[in-house]
Unconditional design. Structure first.
Length: 73
């Protein structure tokens, strides 16, 4: 599953960021492979807002489509 398909309230583990450009952009936000994030909001036709370490980060849809995640229980 990719990050753009997450649902509000889901806890997700970042599994893979295959594209080097997307990976470098995600690292700037503090998101790397293995990180656990919470989907805070999915704005229709807008960004995906994830929470990590008491901060919220809005990730554009195109960037979110390039990030593979796995739900964490």
């Amino acid at each position: 599953m990719t990050l753009d398909k997450c649902k509000r309230g889901q806890r997700l583990k970042i599994m893979n960021i295959p594209n080097e450009i997307i990976r470098s952009q995600a690292i700037r936000f503090g998101i790397s492979e293995g990180a656990i994030v919470t989907c805070e909001e999915v704005v229709p036709a807008g960004p995906v807002v994830v929470g990590m370490f008491k901060q919220q980060i809005a990730i554009g849809r195109q960037l979110a489509r390039g990030i593979t995640v796995q739900p964490v229980s």
